[in-house]
Structures are given as C-alpha cells and as structure tokens.
Design a protein around this ligand. Structure first.
Ligand code: 0X9
Ligand code: ZN
Length: 418
C-alpha cells in the first residue's frame, strides 16, 4: 500500500474512532395526551419510528401510555417543525422540555473524568469495576464477585456486603440495565458506599440481610454511551439480518415476553430480542438470582432506572394485580415517604402497567412471578424531565442520599413483612 493510502486509512480510522453521535439542535418535546384518541395518534407516530421514513429522527424518551401521563419525544432539528405542525393540526399541544440535547451533553462532558473514581461524578465502566476490587480490598464486610460476562465479554462485577452469619436472606440491587440512564449506576454506587462504610443504619441493615450490589448490568451498552452514543439504551449484540444492534434487556425476560410494550423490530429501542434471555447479561442476572435460591434466598430485588421519579412494582406485562400487590404497594409507599423526607423529592408508586406504561418481558415482573422474589421493584430515579437521561452530576449526591433513605425503609418493611 502506498504511503498516501496508509495516511488516508489512518485518517479515516482516527476520524471514526473520534466520531460520536451528536444531538445538535435535537429537542425533547413533551405531550400530555388528553384523550385516548390522542394516545393512538402518538402511538402511530411511534410505530412510524419503526419504518425507514422516521428512522433516527424521532426517539421516544417516554412512551405513550395513558391520559395525563407525559410523553417525551426527542426530535432531530429538521423534523421538529414537521412533527409539531402535524400534532398541532390534530389539536395536540407540545411543550419544549429540552431545547438542545447536545448542549446538555456538552455540559456533562466538561465534568467527566474518565480515569479516577468519584462518588459524586459519573464513572466509566472500567473505573467502576476497579472500584469493586478496591472496595473489596479495603472493607472487611465487602467481597468481590462476578455474575458472568456481557456479549462483548465485559465482566459483570458485583460487590457482596455482608457481616456473615447464617440464614440471612439476600437483597439484590443493580443499576445500568439501560445504558443511557447514568444516574442509576451512580445511585447504586452511593448505596454500596453507605453499606460498606457501616454507620449505625448500615449495621442495622446488615444484621438483617446480605447485600449484592451490581453497579452496571449492561456494561457493553454503558461503555458505548461513553465512547459512541450518549443516549444508547440497549445491549450491543448484533441482530442477524438487520443493520441495527442491540436488544432492550428490560424486554428480554420471560414474563409476557414479546407482548405489549415491546417491539419485534431490531431497530426499535424496545426490541425484545429473538427469544427470552437471548442476551447474556439478562441470562446472567436470572442465573445469579437462581443461584441465591430465587425467592427462597432473595427477599428483595431492586433494578434502578431513570427517569420520572416513580417507584414501580409488578406487573408491567398485564394490568392484573399480583397476589402480593397490597403488601408490595405498602412497601413502595414506605420507600417513597422516606425518600421524600430527605430532599423533598416526590416519587409516585404503583404497578408498572398503570403508573408508567405497559412493558412486557421486564426484570421486575420476572423476579417476582418466575423467581418468586416477593418484593421486586424497578424505581425510576431523578428527574421528571428537565434533564431526563442527561441529569447533571451535581444531582448524584442528593439522589444517593434520598435513595439510601428509601432503601433503609424498604428493607425494614420487607424484614417485618416477609
Ligand atoms: O421502559 C422501561 O423498561 C422502564 N422505563 S425506562 O425509561 N427506564 O426505560 C419502565 C419499565 C419498568 N420496569 C420493568 N418492567 N422491569
Ligand atoms: Zn430504564
């Protein structure tokens, strides 16, 4: 190859390595549907997302579900006018929540430090895994473990925090099933911090339970949000016959798999995959909870998401209420009441189907219905849409503090109700 060609190749490779998906001028619009007719118009807009015409131009940050429930749509600049006019013609009013998504990403980038760990900052996948090893080395109560590997063979590490003894049930906590939801791993790390540092409250919890904290379940997706696309949600496994990669891991569990609120289109953000547990990360958390004895060994399972400030519980795949609904709901209330006392942050609690939207194949339903974990929750953390997935790092600490209060409350509740 000539020197010129080599240089060209080097230039192109460097360019493609440096290139990140940009969201210049992308807006997030909010619609609060007033009627079922409006919901179906928004639903059609969403299914259009799946045909090539709108591909990449519209992305639902919050899907349509019910009247009065906000729907958030990110729209590329060239489509903003087209979509707002289209909706206005149908009598649907839109409100700009985020004027320019790229500006928020730029702000966030300024504060990122990819090499050192800090609780009050967003940390890379690598730094978080190192944190697991270092924390296990420092604290007697902490040990390091792994639940398996991601598709790209990243380790899915966990920190076990335990004061020993027998007959304690487990609490399994994880973050980062959805890659873009950065406040989730950050909050989960804060919870682990309080547990290992062992204040009076932590000691009290550790007398009751053993804790398994998995900061990032979907490490491939999370890494991809740092290197390529800040808003990536899914796993990173290629889909045969499609140019689009990844499956929504929270549609990949075996509870109503392939049903309402999931998509069979690989390009959709809500793609359910080729079969339940097609994603190694999802199979890994299934096997891990099984290895702890399912519901016999695990008292409480919490899968942290963002955003919307909701404390969600089963089911998402049906509007039927589980047998344990009243107790689960009372647990959710205890968590939200305690959370609110810290910084005044208001969470709404309830079943996934009615409180956010129908969602089949989710972790929360699966751990309850199939593994028998009586208390299974999927909270959606801060905020309510001002920043959405791109929550500034200054909110990590308050999120950690209030979620610690919520965790203490739910653990106490579970301890007296199991
Ligand atoms: O769509 C989801 O998976 C969740 N919302 S998010 O914006 N974080 O993606 C809601 C579903 C609730 N969780 C479960 N079904 N487990
Ligand atoms: Zn999520």
């Amino acid at each position: 190859m000539s020197t010129g060609r080599w240089l060209l190749l080097l230039f192109c490779t460097t360019l493609s390595l440096a290139e990140k998906v940009r969201y210049d001028g992308h807006q997030v619009l909010r619609v609060i549907p007033k009627t079922h007719h409006e919901i179906s118009i928004l639903g059609n807009l969403m299914s259009n997302l799946e045909n090539s015409k709108f591909d990449g131009q519209l992305s639902f940050w919050r899907e349509p579900s019910n009247v009065t429930k906000p729907v958030d749509i990110m729209i590329s600049p060239s489509y903003v006018k087209k979509i707002t006019t289209y909706l206005a013609h149908k009598g649907i009013h839109t409100k700009v929540m985020i004027k320019n998504v790229q500006e928020l990403i730029n702000e966030e980038q300024k504060g990122l430090n990819s090499s050192t760990f800090a609780y009050n900052a967003y940390n890379t996948y690598e730094t978080i895994q190192e944190w697991i090893t270092e924390t296990a080395a420092v604290y007697d109560t902490a040990t390091e473990g792994s639940i398996g590997k991601s598709y790209e063979e990243r380790n899915i590490g966990y920190l076990k925090i335990s004061t020993g003894g027998t007959n304690k049930k487990a609490v399994v906590i994880h973050g980062g099933i959805h890659a873009a939801e950065w406040i989730s791993p950050a909050t989960v790390l804060y919870l682990a911090k309080y547990l290992v540092e062992g204040g009076t409250d932590a000691k009290d919890l550790l007398n009751k339970f053993d804790f398994y904290v998995i900061p990032v379940l979907n490490g491939d997706g999370y890494s991809f949000t740092w290197t390529d696309n800040r808003l990536w949600r899914k796993t990173r496994k290629p889909n045969e016959g499609s140019p689009c990669m990844g499956t929504d891991p929270n549609r990949n569990f075996a509870t109503g798999w392939g049903g309402i609120g999931s998509s069979n289109e690989p390009c959709s953000d809500f793609y359910h995959g080729t079969k339940a547990f097609s994603e190694p990360e999802v199979a890994a958390i299934r096997d891990f909870v099984s290895s702890l004895g399912g519901g016999d060994g695990v008292a409480l399972y919490i899968d942290y998401h963002s955003y919307s400030q909701l404390w969600l519980m089963p089911y998402g795949y049906t509007n039927e209420k589980p047998a344990d609904y009243d107790t689960q709901l009372a647990g959710g209330k205890a968590a939200c009441d305690a959370l609110k006392k810290v910084h005044g942050t208001q969470y709404v609690y309830g079943n996934i189907y009615d409180t956010i939207y129908p969602a089949s194949g989710g972790s929360c339903d699966y751990m309850y219905a199939k593994q028998g974990v009586q208390f299974s929750y999927s909270p959606e953390g801060r905020d309510t849409g001002t920043y959405g997935f791109i929550l500034p790092a200054k909110y990590i600490q308050p999120s950690g503090e209030e979620n610690w209060a919520a965790l203490k409350a739910i653990c106490d509740f579970v301890d007296t109700n199991i």
